[in-house]
Structures are given as C-alpha cells and as structure tokens.
Design a protein around this ligand. Sequence first.
Ligand code: PMP
Length: 448
Amino acid sequence: MDSGLYPDDRSASSAMHRRARRVMPGGNTRTTVFRLPYPIYAHSGLGSRITDLDGVERVDFLNNYTSMIHGHRHPVIMEKVRAALEMGSCFGLPTESEVKLAELICDRVVSCDSIRFTNSGSEAVMMAIKAARAYTGRTKIAKIEGSYHGSYDFAEVSLDSTMSNWGSPSRPESVGYAAGTPSGVLADVVVFPFNDPHNASTILAAHEGELAAVVIDPLPNRAGLIPATAEFIQVIRDYCDRTGTLLVCDEVISFRLGFHGAQSEFNFQADLTTFGKVIGGGFPIGAVGGKQEIMSVFDPSQGRPRVPHGGTFNANPISMTAGLAAMELLTQDAFKDLNQMGSEVRSRIAAILKSSGIGWQVTGLGSLFRFVPHAADLTDYRSTQPFGPTEAYLSSFTAALLNHGVLLDPGGMGCVSTVMSDEDLNKLEQAVSSAIVDAAVGPTDDVS
Ligand code: PMP
C-alpha cells in the first residue's frame, strides 16, 4: 500500500487511471467525478465510509452526489434487492414494484397524482420539458441561471456561464454548455436570475405566451445551494398561472429535504415534478410526476400518446425495489434526525470558517451543505461562483480534505446520510480545520 496521501503517482488509483486513459477519453466516463491529476477509485463502501483501491477509508459526505441517503450497503435495502435479483433483474413487462413506488411518491407529494419512471434525473427533466411542450403547444422554456438539471441540451443552457459571457442580470445571455449546442436550442431557452423577483418577472413577462415551462429548483446546488425566497417562488407561480405556463420543479436533489419533498418545505405546488437520486435507493432512477390531466400526454391507452416515452430499463424491478426500501426507511422521524444533523454540520462548519478568518461561507438546507468561497452577500449563481484564486483554493481545499479522511464534491458540496454518527461529524470538523491550513486557503478577494 502507498502512503495514502493524495495525489501519489505510486498509488493503485493513479495506476488505474493510467490504464483507464487507454480506453476512455481522459480515463473518465463521468465529468463530475473527474479530478486532476487523477480521480480516486472506490473499492467498496459500507455505511458512511468508502474504501479506495489503496485501502484508504474516508467518510463519505458526497454520497454519490446526494443519492445514497442511507449510506452504502444498508442492510434493509441489500436484503430486498437480493430477493428481487433472485426473481430476475428486468423484463419486457411491467412489475408490481413500479406500482408500489409510484403509490408511495404520489401519496407523499400533493402535486403528483400520476408518475412515470426513467433511468436518470436528466431523462426525467427531458420528459417533463417534452410533456410541457405537448400540453401547452409552445416550445420555449425558461430556467434559472447556473441551475443544473442534467444533460438535456435545453436544460443545460447557462449552466456554467461566466463573467465574460453572462450578460446583464436584467437580461442574462443564453449560453450553450456543450460545444456545438445548436443556436435553435439557445433561442428556445430564456434565462433568469435566481432569487431576483423583479428581474425574473420582467424577463418572463417579455416571453408571455411563448413559454411551455418555467423550470426551477428551490435549492439549486450549482447556483450556490441557497434556498429560494417565498417571494421569488410566488412570482413564478403567479406568472405560470396567469399565462398557462407549466411550473416544473426539479427535485432530483431537493426531494431529500423532507417527507413530502421540497415543494412542501417551500410551500408551493408545481405542475410537474422531477425526481431522481434518493428514490432509487442507490440504483439508477428518475421520475416525472404531476396532475393526471398533464401526465395524460404520456398515456398510450387511447392510441399513440402525445409524448411517446420508452426506455429499456425504465422502472426495472431492482431500482424500484431499492427505491421503495429506501423511501420506506425515510419516515418523518428519519427526516427530522437527518435534517437536524445537517443543521449541526452547517453550524460547526460556519464556526470553523469564522474562526479561521478566511471569509468563506457555508450554505445549504436540510441535509445538504456547500462551501462558498466568498465573504459578500450570497444571493444567486453570480455571487456564489468561485473564480480565479478562490477557485484554486476551493479545489486544493477539497483535495486536502481527502488527506484528512473526508470525501466531498470538488466544488464544495456535501450531504449527510441517515447512517452517520457523531464520530463522522467530528471527523468532518477536524478535516475542515486541517484542510484550511494545508490548502493555505487565502482570504477571499470578493471582486464580483
Ligand atoms: N437535476 C438536478 C437538480 C440534479 O442535481 C441532477 C444530477 N446531479 C440532475 C437533474 C440529473 O440527474 P442524473 O445525474 O440522474 O441524470
């Protein structure tokens, strides 16, 4: 075994990455989990811990980007999945397991009385947008600047726009994410700033009658993990009601905020909701749900549906079974404890950041947290983006955390799981203090 320190050319992860480079571009198949000079390869996970190929164990505050709400190999989920595997992993026929998970989600989410499953959150958002187009007969959508909704071209617009191309806050530019994004895609996506009711309503008003959907996430991770204000949500809900536009709420991450999901926490109802991550219990999943009348665009029982929706692995019984087991474990009490732990983590981190004097802040809600390397007021994507030296500090900080036994998103986001203990929280606290020193994190310049 090597020193266990990251990076290390002699490590098994480094060797694996060299091997991977021969058969995958950059040795990688998932942009989010790439890290220079090489990503650490997981060997196994158990509870709150991940062991890497070199035998180094870390506390997992990344939880596969918030999807592992019960940590790794939860015994209840394992048992149910093993039993399901014994029956066959997927069929060209529906199974009871999808009906059960659909019933649970529709029971919990007031705005959903009908649901369809996909294999990922990206597909769920894509299907929600297609449904909104079919239902309204309009083509354009509007979305929040900097908000991530998966890899559908339209949903990706202005995901990572920068100072050089984002335009004025009163009229943000629609910026393509992947090179080669068709100009027609950009023309069909209207971008508005987060938590800015005035600019949001002016921008949306300029497109009255053209928008099929306004897509929001009330706690957009990439836009800073700041909760949406009630006023912001109300402005959008009113606009949608007035103009016959569908309000799509992306709860792929934020569904983990509470027993009834994010809409209940933020006190509003969407027309369509997208789900993913936690509802799969650690297996690939996504879902789109809403009122019967809107969801009927997918209904094949009267002939060709307005929105055909296939998918070889949609609602496969393994994802459904694991998802149902995970969701049943998420009782009202489980959410209370989980969110309590999340708020404890945020206050411990805030105290460390304050005493270190580096001027960073911690954002988040419920079980989620995010390090934001700025001292100034945080309101939206523009105010929370790391740039220049702060970006480099954040990256060396999260790399240093690895050497103190903690795994976090390289961009600074993390979450707690139901199986974490005080020992895990203490480990995070110590790791954060040490990583600030190791990474020689400088004070923010806060030029924005
Ligand atoms: N929406 C949000 C809010 C997300 O965070 C993500 C994934 N991180 C997606 C959609 C896409 O989900 P998936 O990665 O399962 O395609």
